[in-house]
Design a protein around this ligand. Sequence first.
Ligand SMILES: CC(C)(COP(=O)(O)OP(=O)(O)OC[C@H]1O[C@@H](n2cnc3c(N)ncnc32)[C@H](O)[C@@H]1OP(=O)(O)O)[C@@H](O)C(=O)NCCC(=O)NCCS
Length: 201
Amino acid sequence: MNIEELEISLGLPEHLIPEAAKLWHEAFRHDIEPLLGCEATSLAILQKSFEPEQALIALYQSQLVGVAGLQYEDRTFLKFRLTEFVDELGWLKGTLNFFLTRLSGHKIQKGEVFIEAIAVEKSMRGQGLGTLMLGEVAEFARQNRFKVIGLNVFENNPDARRLYDRLGFVAVKTRNYAFLRRVVGSRFIGSTSVTTMHLNL
Ligand SMILES: CC(C)(COP(=O)(O)OP(=O)(O)OC[C@H]1O[C@@H](n2cnc3c(N)ncnc32)[C@H](O)[C@@H]1OP(=O)(O)O)[C@@H](O)C(=O)NCCC(=O)NCCS
């Protein structure tokens, strides 16, 4: 990767929303599809659910190669709406799946920037881009006087966990999903636990 051809910036331009939905879907397909349906309905719902100003994006040679969704104050990157679930999935499945998405919402703390998720395009992974993007999130957070960066990492994603450990994030809480998983099914909740990590600024 030639760093001079890389641009990292805040905000997702409108014309890149379909690309961002594809990148997000590819990175989180196994978590997304049980709730948002097949690839076509997932992409349709994602495109309508992104809040563009809450994104930090990376462009390489003018192509979108990374997206991080940021939550702070009362703003979220992914804002699911019941109407879109019902339009795409039908009344019954749409309503049920919409309410299942509410189970994973994060309650933001005062002074916190929460990274809802970060995704780097597959062919660009492992070259330092995720590290650079997380550095830019920290820069944004410091400039805006936030005190802590939070994120959640699933127990079945040890590679991402290693990256966050290396950058100095510390585990503050682990929620066990074993019971919930048994109730709603492992198809909907792929991991048995999720750990919240913090980086104090
Ligand atoms: C996690 C992710 C954003 C990291 O971005 P990246 O550009 O690959 O990260 P970097 O190159 O800066 O750092 C690489 C580190 O990430 C980890 N990593 C995670 N997934 C990886 C992958 N698929 N390929 C290579 N490295 C990966 C490695 O452990 C590596 O750590 P190391 O250098 O200590 O070995 C990216 O791999 C990705 O999009 N993964 C799929 C989506 C995901 O799991 N997101 C995180 C959950 S919120």
